[in-house]
Design a binder for this molecule. Sequence first.
Ligand SMILES: [Mg+2]
Length: 176
Amino acid sequence: MADGLILFTDIGDTIIDEGTEVRDVPGGVVRRAGCIPGARETMLSLHRQGMTIAMVADGLVQSFANTMAQNGLAHIFAAKAISEEVGAEKPSPLMFRAAMDRLGLTEADKGRIVMVGNNLAKDIVGANRFGICSVLLAWSPRYRHVPENAEETPDYTIFSPEELPALLERLGRARD
Ligand SMILES: [Mg+2]
């Protein structure tokens, strides 16, 4: 287990398969959605092993309440930063700062934080600018996977959620 690491995670196309989202109206609350293959099991396993997990996601509070409850993941988050209530979207540092504050973390903890997400312009740029480790989950066909500049370049790239625990294990060992 990657002791001491803290996982920040995006939701859309990182845990939830955006292709399965059902909304009442375009842009409205997501009523239901399914997970990317392996994402649910991976997150539950990391949580059971004691990993601190924070949600850092752009969208509506009720959307995430719905989809996380449906997929049995509502209990795994030690903190949530959701753009609707933070008042900013990734890559804004306000999103990452909110998650840190809610976990009681300080600047000294930044080296322990790993952000995983699917979106280069939001998740990867946000994490890189904020000064935390960035991991691209290059699973979804809905967004590009090739960085256009240095800020979009992830520290690590994985292609399925199941690759995340081994990467975290490796990063945790490197810190020891
Ligand atoms: Mg996403």
